[in-house]
Design a protein around this ligand. Sequence first.
Ligand code: SAM
Length: 627
Amino acid sequence: MDQIDKKFYTKEDLQTVLNISEATINNWFRTGVIPNTWKKNSFTKHEFSDLINYLSSSTKLKGRANRSLADGNSTCYLGITTKERRNLLKKAIQNYQDLTIELEEGVFSLALAALRSAGLLAEEWFYKPKSKLDFFLISWIKEKQINIAKALKYFEDFYIPNLNDDFLGAFYQSVQSVAAKSQRGSFYTPASLLQDIHIPLNKKILDPCCGSGSILLRVLNPKHDSDQIFAWDIDDTALKICRINLTLFFNDPNISPHIELYDSVFANKTTLTKQTEQTKFDYIITNPPWGSKYSATQKRILLQKYPELGTCESYSIVLFNSLRKLAPNGYLVFFLPHSFLNVSSHANIRKYLAKKGLPMKVMLLGNSFQGVMSEAIRLEINNTKAYPAEIKVFRSHEQQPTVISNNTFRIKNFIIPATASNADLNLMNKIYSSKHLLLEDNAKFALGIVTGNNNQHLLPRPTSNSEAIYRGKDIDHFRFLNPAFYLEFKPDKYQQVAPLELYRQPKIVYRFIADKLVCALDKQGRLLLNSANLFIPTLDYPIETIVSLFNSKLYTYLYRKMYYSKKVLRNHLESLPLPFLNSKQHALLKEIHDNFYLYKDSPEKLNHAVYSFFNLTVQEIRLIEDL
Ligand SMILES: C[S@@+](CC[C@H](N)C(=O)[O-])C[C@H]1O[C@@H](n2cnc3c(N)ncnc32)[C@H](O)[C@@H]1O
């Protein structure tokens, strides 16, 4: 009210004071958000003040403010490709925002508009319900206490042609806050990743994390039997959209798919009928939640419930549970982050898969999910023993797959080196089949110091009380560069410090963020910042040999092909082979190490020495050199 002071006020003044559009105001008048008593073009000062107070205390305005604060609404188009359709979606989102209604009301009203547009709503559906759809809508109204008279009006001008592109799901995704989506791990699958999946008729099909059913819309055929379709999720609103979507898809208000509120991670037995609980499915296809956030108690429950998995990661658990529901000869398709293939926390589910010995396919999808940083894969598993238990990796539809044998799959932590070619896989097999030791259980690892505030603690120049601290950047192959920072070392002042003796004894220091291996032997007890980590081998194997091997091109090649990572993790180093060498070979690597330490030597001598230890052929060396 401070902004304007006059005798009479108009709708424009309302816009200015509340910072909302003209369309919003008109919508509020039309739908009764602003009661009829205020339905005029000019207000006295007193009326205007009352109206502002009324709107400011209404949940509508609060909801609006919260929503715009929370999400920064980025429209999510999913499978909606045409400009016209996208504009329609934007219009629906705009209308919803202008109305400032609850999310559930918005979804319900838009669903009515979609059903009406498709001719699936009978004239008297509300007063004389007949179809399963009518009864479903009425129970939705009762459950959420929706005002039907208003709901019918909210999107009454909308004509939404039925294109089975999950228009409603796109709306729901777009208007939800990013926080809510990431809490549930709900980022929906782009339609383009599903185009080539065709499910034969007469199959029992399950999507255990179906969301609004967008995957089902893409892989089903209207000739499928809706009674054979099962769709589960923990998001009740998404499930309701899923039901509407399937009704639209089959163009039938009397379909009876099995849509259930069911938790595929915690697998609480009480929510499914006994019959559904025991059902085996011919096709299980889903994009499970990636990285759902669980409380400490929930994590404890999951670790107890799935001791064989040893992880609380939602997608590993959904995969594990789904495999148990897959019928003989059944087919499973999961969308997963690339890290599923090589991160050590998923080693147990990979081991479980390796032991099952089933044929699998992996398709590399890159960064194809909107709003998700991780690269994705499509994992397919055929529950049959009729084909060899190997993994075929496809980079694109055109390219021939590479084939990972069950043996390669077992190299270390059951990692699936999906970016390796067939030639790479042969080379890796050759290297791992020569006798070797590993750092696993044979080294102490520690992280560099996390100061908690580098600006405060790091000094650009030495002082009488300070000592140098080395970052990842300050480590080169075999040697340390001049430090850029100094620290007056007060361990109890920092956020995280390893036991001091680990910094102060001879150790191997390596760059943490790197797509290659870079390490150096430190005998001077240097301090490290957290972009540099360390390990201290405890096995009977010359430390200089390890530094030389890890600095060679062959070991960077192994790291990249196996892990496809930008961060050098402990388990990566623990899995690199330390070959059995004779004393002459160790001496050669020590000499190379010492020369490098003193002056930057040529790496050729090192690389060729390492190649010769593994008897690599010219072609194999070329693979490494061409990396
Ligand atoms: C990545 S979204 C996939 C949605 C949809 N299948 C698609 O790809 O378009 C993940 C879905 O899993 C659901 N979800 C999360 N945790 C779940 C659980 N424990 N059990 C079942 N569904 C879950 C979310 O609500 C969300 O709808």
